[in-house]
Design a protein around this ligand. Structure first.
Ligand SMILES: O=C(CO)COP(=O)(O)O
Length: 133
């Protein structure tokens, strides 16, 4: 499965804890991330991550394009709801596209935990059928 990992600055440490805790699951998938999130993940783990631009420089839009092309299967986006972001429209667009394409998306750590365990259990296998057809 193709998994997008994105975290705002205030949530980056939490993302590192998450990917470290679930490295054994994540290593079996293709990982994508916005620039700084991807850099942090690769520094902290053995995981290989395809990095797009940093979020404020267009990374959210690049991941959005992957979603629009139905190439992203899971999105874990640890958003910071308490800090204004200069690229808020890009963030909204990315999340909107998840709803358009019915892509499982977690925007906080509690849902991210549920999603990763679902992935491990095989609950998201339907994505393979959707992509084929
Ligand atoms: O801003 C982001 C998502 O909206 C994240 O971007 P970085 O991973 O480059 O910090």
């Amino acid at each position: 499965m193709n998994i997008a990992l994105i975290a705002h600055d205030m949530k980056k440490d939490m993302m590192i804890h998450f990917v470290t805790a679930y490295e054994n699951i994540l290593k079996n998938h293709k990982l994508f991330a916005t620039g700084t999130t991807g850099k942090r993940i690769m520094e902290a783990t053995e995981l290989k991550v395809h990095r797009f631009q940093s979020g404020p420089l267009g990374g959210d839009q690049q991941i959005g394009a992957e979603i629009a092309n139905n190439r992203m299967d899971v999105v874990i986006f640890l958003r910071d709801p308490l800090t204004p972001q200069p690229h808020e429209p890009d963030i909204q667009a990315l999340i909107r596209l998840c709803d358009v394409r019915m892509i499982p998306v977690a925007t906080n750590i509690a849902t991210a935990e549920i999603l990763i365990r679902s992935l491990e259990r095989g609950d998201l296998q339907w994505r393979n059928y959707v992509k084929k057809n």
